[in-house]
Write a protein that binds this ligand. Structure first.
Ligand code: GLA
Length: 799
């Protein structure tokens, strides 16, 4: 059966990488992709023996170890900043690991599990702890002496000339040092895909990162899948592509995205390294992480990563041959709407399809297909069968609809397709909509019969009520039909309809108004910052010709952003220009009201911003368009609808640093650090505050002479720029006459030179149990910065 299947899977042509090198370490380790936990994604530098041991306990008590999870891995920040002066050895931080790594390893081993640690093929780790470059032999021996079973080996401060030869040399030095200890240690190469490690990693390590760091959001997940999936020829027993650790459970992904994460990692034969806090993981998170059917696909002993059978228009099909002779077929929809995804299996026999998430079994003549929700993945285990017998046919119902506006008839198309053996009889399709919506069929919603591979296409008109509020609304597409003579079945899908409504009356920054849709050359349109890369929120403060703005839209030309105004708005005023992050950019800006250009400007990089005013009277739609190249900013855009008023949202500046430090200082003076006024960084006004942060972090801010009343505001904001370093920050307020300390709202950034408005809602700040954050009685405002270097702050405000 295996031979037949391998030969008959057919798909669109995709770029296939050259064959993988046959070499592997051949030491019997990682014959299936490693499974375990690593603290980095959920905890950053906040690692400890207690966390590792509690995680090991949970591996056993929550069934994770039974499901195959074995390695409990410590990431960066476990060591002291200096080696032992006498022995030259790395020293575990005794505050974090009171029993040392050896003691922690013993505990983890006692649970029947294995322990992993983190090192770096450079002079320092990424967080600034000692690296192993030039210390490979001693460090490998130290890890082996401690009982370490897995080493993740990073690439910061690498002193490299950037050549692949140098990378191979640095990573091979640690491979050889590990081998010399005689201890079996899984070796995880972490050089972020920089020198195509898939072409050399198989005889150096057991797995290699193929991309930069994952983060807990959809664009990151989508980007990593796109980069890693085509590398399938390079994976195999003992040598795996590593698309980075799992973000499942960390809150930034929807349930469908979390299942896509798990499904696609399994299909790509990726290591399954949990990256969430298991002490507070929800039952849903644990259910996804321990789904046996999906884990079986990942851990299949054949060790083949899924072949990319097709990849077009955001829809990808992967085919992973399994040791049983069956195949796992993934139908992955990376688009933002419901989509029907499939591939032809061919062959002379029909196919049995088992959905690995729902367990449902259907049969198909020759085409495996599903209507897949936005960002979702359906995985089927498939095998040929002689006779479909009583198995129900595979029937899909898909649909598409445009943006919905109040009381307007919007066309919807539904498509019901019979993929099963034999015709369907008495087919009907219906659309369920929220209360008050009207759905009418414009063409027939019934078919007397539907032969194999035939579709019933129906067009409808969908009208939302005049009073509908903006948001995403489910439309349920259902079909019912008879098959095999008399049996009656039904199939349903959910299509999300996006409703936009006119902005409320008044005058407000356009960055606070929900757009109907957008196109952009790179990543999302950023709100109140310039465009960065693919991820949301990765830009900088909008800066045009040296002029900094804290409000606006960061586009990347060519781009378009549409807003529904419903005839209720009158004017848009905005500055426009090429952001200073695009020194070679040149962009044309145009504002359209119902398709008519009402204001235009052409701006080149470095030039001063230009101001535009557009008359939008009576227009149903507003379109902001840029053409050309570079990061193109709509700076401080202000829209007036109905009656004009003060610009919303109103911010209240608490400290502007125009006259000096405004009383800011250091909370823990013996921890080091200092502040001084600066004119080198400022947003509003001419000055800001420069903070010199000590290596081990400190709090900066001030106690207040009188209680500050922030009633009616929802959070604190300030503008920041990292000058030389900076990774993690937090804010805190002290409340009431007992000076209760409420803190939280962590943020991270890694690149020197980054600037951002840090905006943290009071909801993100937690107070000691039994106390509350009384906004009327704020006694001190503090900012925490955890790394050495200079960080500039301006305009601390409440909104
Ligand atoms: C790099 C790695 C991450 C993590 C951090 C720790 O960014 O790619 O996975 O280990 O360093 O500092």
């Amino acid at each position: 059966m295996h031979r037949i299947l391998a030969a008959i899977l057919i798909g669109a042509a995709v770029a296939v990488a050259p064959a993988a090198p046959a070499l592997a370490l051949d030491d019997g380790l990682a014959l299936t992709p490693p499974m375990g936990f690593n603290d980095w994604n959920a905890f950053g530098c906040d690692v400890s023996e207690e966390l590792i041991e509690q995680t090991a306990d949970l591996f056993v008590s929550e069934g994770l170890s039974d499901a195959g999870y074995t390695y409990v891995n410590i990431d960066d920040c476990w060591a002291l900043k200096d080696r032992d002066p006498a022995t030259g050895r790395l020293v575990p931080d005794p505050a974090k690991f009171p029993s040392g790594i050896a003691g922690t390893a013993a505990y983890v081993h006692g649970k029947g599990l294995k322990l992993g640690i983190y090192g770096d093929a450079g002079t320092n780790t990424c967080a600034g702890y000692p690296g192993s470059l030039g210390h490979e032999t001693l460090d490998a021996q130290t890890f082996a002496d401690w009982g370490v079973d897995y080493l993740k080996y990073d690439n910061c401060y690498n002193q490299s000339d950037g050549t692949q030869a140098d990378y191979v040399r640095r990573y091979s030095a640690m491979r050889d040092a590990i081998a010399a200890t005689g201890r079996p240690i899984v070796f995880s190469i972490c050089e972020w895909g920089t020198t195509q490690p898939w072409t050399w990693g198989a005889d150096v390590g057991h797995l290699w990162r193929t991309t930069g760091d994952i983060s807990d959001n959809w664009p990151s997940l989508r980007g990593i899948i796109a980069a890693n999936a085509p590398l399938y020829p390079y994976a195999g027993p003992g040598h795996w592509n590593d698309p980075d650790m799992l973000e499942i459970g960390n809150g930034g992904l929807t349930p469908a995205e979390n299942r896509t994460h798990m499904s696609m990692w399994a299909m790509m034969a990726a290591p399954l390294i949990i990256g969430t806090d298991l002490r507070s993981a929800s039952p849903e998170t644990l259910a996804i992480l321990t789904n046996r059917s999906v884990i079986e696909i990942d851990q299949d002993r054949l060790g083949q990563a899924g072949k990319v059978v097709s990849d077009a228009n955001g829809l990808m099909v992967l085919d992973k041959p399994l040791a049983s002779g069956e195949h796992a077929i993934a139908l992955y929809n990376s688009t933002d709407a419901l989509a029907t995804v499939g591939t032809t299996l061919g062959g002379t026999h029909p196919w049995r399809l088992q959905d690995v998430w729902t367990g449902a079994v259907t049969q198909a003549r020759s085409h495996v297909e599903a209507a897949v929700p936005a960002h979702g993945t359906v995985v089927y285990k498939v095998r040929p069968i002689r006779d479909p017998g009583p198995i129900a046919p595979s029937v899909t119902v898909g649909g598409a609809i445009g943006t919905v506006t109040p009381a307007a008839g919007i066309p919807l198309t539904t498509t019901v397709t019979n993929r099963g053996v034999g015709p369907l009889g008495d087919v009907s399709v219906s659309v369920g909509a929220p209360a008050g919506w009207i759905v009418t069929a414009a063409t027939s919603a019934r078919a007397r019969s539907l032969a194999t591979d035939k579709s019933l296409v129906t067009t409808w008109t969908v009208t939302a009520p005049a009073t509908v509020t903006a948001g995403s609304y489910p439309l349920t597409l259902s079909t019912s039909y008879t098959w095999s003579g008399r049996r009656r079945s039904s199939t349903a899908s959910t299509l999300m309809a996006s409703v936009v409504t006119p902005p409320p009356g008044g005058t407000r920054y356009l960055s606070t108004v929900r757009a109907a849709d957008f196109t952009n050359a790179s990543g999302p349109i950023e709100l109140d910052q310039s465009n960065g890369g693919a991820a949301p929120g990765d830009g900088n403060l909008i800066t045009i010709g040296g002029h900094v703005y804290t409000r606006g839209l960061g586009a990347s030309a060519p781009s378009s952003i549409r807003y529904y105004l419903g005839g209720e708005c009158s004017t848009l005023t905005t500055d426009v220009g090429v952001d200073d992050t695009s020194p070679d950019g040149a962009a044309d800006f145009a504002i359209y009201a119902d398709g008519v250009a009402v204001a235009t400007a052409s701006v080149t990089a470095g030039a001063a911003p230009q101001s535009l005013t557009a008359d939008l009277t009576g227009a149903a739609w507003l379109l902001l368009s840029t053409t050309g190249t570079g990061n193109a900013d709509w700076a401080a855009p202000v829209l007036t609808c109905g009656e004009a008023g003060p610009v919303q949202p109103v911010e209240r500046t608490l400290f502007s640093f125009e006259a000096g430090t405004d009383g800011f200082g250091i909370a823990n003076a013996d921890g080091g650090g200092s502040v001084e006024p600066t004119t080198a960084f400022h947003t509003d006004g001419a000055a800001g505050l420069l903070v010199h942060t000590p290596v081990n972090g400190n709090w900066f801010g001030r106690a207040l002479d009188a209680p500050l009343d922030l009633t009616g505001t929802s959070g604190l904001k300030f503008d920041m720029r990292v000058e030389t370093a900076g990774s993690v920050g937090e804010i805190a307020v002290q409340v009431g006459d007992a000076f209760t300390w409420c803190q939280g709202g962590q943020w991270t950034w890694l690149n020197p030179g980054d600037s951002r408005t840090i905006s943290r809602s009071f909801d993100e700040i937690s107070c000691p149990s039994g106390t509350t954050l009384d906004k009327a009685d704020i006694r001190a405002v503090w900012v925490y910065l955890n790394t050495g270097g200079n960080v500039a702050i301006d305009n601390v405000r409440a909104e």
